[in-house]
Design a protein around this ligand. Sequence first.
Ligand SMILES: Cc1ncc(COP(=O)(O)O)c(C=O)c1O
Length: 448
Amino acid sequence: MGNKYDEIIVEIQSRLDDKRLKAGGKLPSIRRFAKEFNCSINTVMKAYSELEKAHLIYSVPKSGYFAVGTDMPKKQKPMIIDFVSAGPDKSKMPYRDYQHCMNQAIELYKEEMFQYSHPLGLPSLRQQLSAQLQDLQVFAPPERIAVVSGSQQALDLLVSLPFPNNKNGICVEQPTHFSFIDSITSRGLKPIGIEVNQKGIDLNYLEKVFRERNIKFFYTVSRFQNPTGCSYSNQEKKDMVDLAQKYDVYIVEDDYMGDLDTRKKAHPMFAYDSSGRVIYTKSFSKVLLPGLRLGLAVLPEALMKSFTQAKFAADVHTPVLTQGALEIYLSSGMFKAHIEKLRRQYKKKGSILKKAYLEHLPPNTSFTGGDSGFYSTVVLPGRMKAKHLVKHLQKKNVFVQDAAPMYLPEYLKENRIRLSVSQVEDRKIAVGVKKIGDGIRALAHSYL
Ligand SMILES: Cc1ncc(COP(=O)(O)O)c(C=O)c1O
């Protein structure tokens, strides 16, 4: 039912927007629409009832459905579509379950709460994490796992840590996660960029950078990249790990959304590393709650001592209570069940988004990603600037992000927007993308 249902909603929404359907105007009968859209009466009824709930239409018994419209006396709440918020979908997060785990943790870890704990996390949690990571093809003993206050903390600490290769350059994908660009530039360092696009990464150029630029580590988001939403193939991952080994470069693999991958055979780079040069990080912010500030890093033996010192210096340890709750959440099996559901839900969001892109974006635009239901980018036509489109869409209550801050100055692209659909209800995705498409067409005139 999903697709026809979305199409009907988009169609009515667009008739309301461009006033083909005015306040009080009668909607096509359910029977007629079912015929027009080649779907069941039930699907049209469900779509109408959704629009009624959103106060866009109302029904009169025995007469049919009518448009509410802006000139009706009742003030209509505008439909806000937020493609900027990058937190997880609130309706899908196990808030209550986690609350129970927190309550249990406060009892279970009472003693630990009265003292300082291990800088790398509760030993029992590290054990659970070691077992759970195997589902992601990451095989690491608990001693090599560090619990951190959000994966951003591990990434940030690694920037200033001396590495066994005694090198100091940091190489990043272009574009990349802007918090990590901040981690580098806030220390007065200058990252070295390497472009990634729909076609992947230029391995010859990466090799040249590894050979010539004294690279300490290469920071990469190997799947569902932020902002492009792209993932590398297993072959690309293997090739990059080989290059790292050949030129004695470390790889920091940020697998912040590895849990959401539905491809059983897609492995992280860590799985291909035989020389201990891949540092693996994982976040619980996208699949649980970002406010918990929980993440982990798997470190090579050579970095354990210095990382432990740096973590201790930063915040002594991650709070015991949230660590304890995570341990209970993992060991009870709740995490596994939650992730399985979440994978399907986000995959569905991704397919709705990609279908909407293909239907509603003008032909001279392109897009990347969208598979995880989190990030994707849209490349705007010609010289169109993302900042102009962002402003234009704000007036229509559609919020998108200019991707410019995710680029280093020498790679800057001003014609990309980033979308996250994670907090956009499924029924609103196509409506929002249509508005983006309309916005691009409307702005195109001012660039002629
Ligand atoms: C690429 C990337 N890594 C990691 C994170 C999450 O970081 P944290 O675990 O610190 O919340 C994000 C959040 O948006 C991200 O985009």
